[in-house]
Design a binder for this molecule. Structure first.
Ligand code: 7TS
Length: 406
């Protein structure tokens, strides 16, 4: 692999922390990634040297701040091979998906239409659609999974029809690691006259992204899962679709002209970014994008696939451990259960060893129902993890098994 992980680890100050007297092994990057020093420094530097509101004032700080914010829009567009004015900054994937569901869905979805999802969606890519379906008296439909956790294309062909207005799917599952066939689903959606919304929360951080090649109409993702700050997200949409959308957040800086009874909207994307945005966060996100670009997203992609496959193979060979989801071809995470031990106890036992994982339903309760479990433990990786961390994970599982077998 072309990533010098030992060098990268040194870029992340938090990784030198110890937890309960042990070296921190951070395996919870699907929840949020750690931040390199360059990102932390960029936010601090912004507040110390540039801080001012954007788009309003003509003083030097305001102009520098406006430029810094605009520069990150261009960086983001370049990162996903889009146009800068198609990039809307939000607070995160959740807000991005709510924005499409309200802004696009309320305009285009009519009674009797249907919205197509999958059973593995994070609640962020489920509840906004449930609510839209209720508001518009539309139906929700599901493309079923195959027993191995991969998407059934046969089901996709059956479910998507001429009344389908929107299809919303994750590119990578945050629980199973399943990689969904986005391009094929995009083609099916488009043949039916529907738009495809892609939840990229677990994919954009881990692989090179090209919205055109993907065939998506909208893409949502979060800065905090890709070395950036919390409180910043992106909604990318094709300009032709954005033009048909209604703004959702009304107020300052999203207008062109206002009188007592009437208002007109600012250009896109400003009309979707009402109020003062998270300027410092966006600046920090810019530093994150530069950091990832320097490592190279093709390198990150190859390395993440390698770690995901390796972790799957190592865990699958352990007795008394159930690993969920498809085979080694998956995103960089592995959900598992240890026979007879509640996943929360697993996470607690791991924490005592300085190993941070997540346990629970991972905001994907319909998927837990499909798996027939209440919860799983999940280890998830990012570019600062290495094979030693997978050894630590395996050792932690073995010692937890021994402890609970006593
Ligand atoms: N979609 C997917 C696939 C996700 O994994 C998450 C967060 C979201 C949407 C929501 O992102 P947010 O930034 O708006 O919160 N996933 C997780 C997780 O797996 N553990 O904690 C958060």
């Amino acid at each position: 692999m072309t990533i010098a992980v030992q060098d990268l680890k040194a870029d992340f100050p938090i990784l030198s922390r110890s937890i309960h007297g042990q070296r921190l092994t951070y395996l919870d990057s699907a929840a949020t990634s750690q931040k390199p020093a360059a990102v932390i420094a960029a936010e601090l530097d912004y507040y110390q040297k540039t801080n001012a509101n954007i788009l309003r004032s003509v003083h030097t700080l305001a102009e520098e701040s406006t430029l810094a914010y605009a520069k990150v829009r261009t960086l983001t567009a370049d990162f996903i091979h889009a146009q800068a004015d198609e990039v809307i900054f939000t607070r995160g994937t959740t807000e991005s998906i709510n924005l499409v569901a309200r802004g696009y869905g309320d305009v285009h979805v009519r009674p009797g239409d249907n919205i197509v999802l999958t059973p593995l969606e994070h609640h962020s890519n489920l509840i906004p659609w449930q609510q839209l379906a209720k508001r518009q008296q539309a139906d929700l439909r599901y493309i079923e999974l195959r027993p191995d956790g991969n998407l059934s294309l046969e089901s996709a062909r059956q479910v998507i029809d001429s009344r389908t207005k929107m299809v919303a799917i994750a590119q990578v599952s945050n629980v199973l690691g399943t990689i969904l066939p986005v391009r094929t689903v995009a083609d099916l959606a488009h043949q039916a006259g529907a738009v495809l919304v892609v939840d990229g929360a677990q994919s954009v951080p881990h692989q090179a992204t090209d919205v055109v090649a993907m065939g998506a109409d909208f893409l949502a993702f979060s800065a905090h899962k890709m070395c950036g700050p919390t409180g910043v997200g992106v909604l990318w949409g094709k300009m032709a679709h954005l033009k048909t959308m209604s703004p959702v957040l009304f107020g300052g800086e999203m207008i062109a002209y206002v009188d007592r009874d009437h208002a007109t909207w600012a250009d896109i994307p400003a009309r979707f970014e009402g109020g003062t945005p998270n300027i410092a966060g966006v600046v920090g996100f810019g530093a994150a994008l530069e950091y990832l670009a320097e490592v190279g997203m093709d390198n990150v992609g190859a390395y993440m696939s390698h770690l995901g496959a390796l972790a799957f193979q190592r865990l699958q060979n352990l007795s008394g451990v159930t690993v969920y989801g498809p085979g080694p071809d998956r995103g960089p995470l592995v959900s598992f259960n240890i026979d007879g031990v509640h996943p929360h106890d697993v996470a607690q036992a791991f924490d005592a060893k300085g190993v941070a994982i997540r346990a629970g339903h991972h905001c994907a309760q319909p998927l837990m129902h499909w798996l027939g479990v209440n919860a799983t433990a999940r280890a998830s990786f990012y570019l600062y993890n290495d094979i030693d961390d997978i050894d630590v994970l395996v050792d932690a599982i073995e010692s937890t098994k021994r402890y609970f077998a006593r």
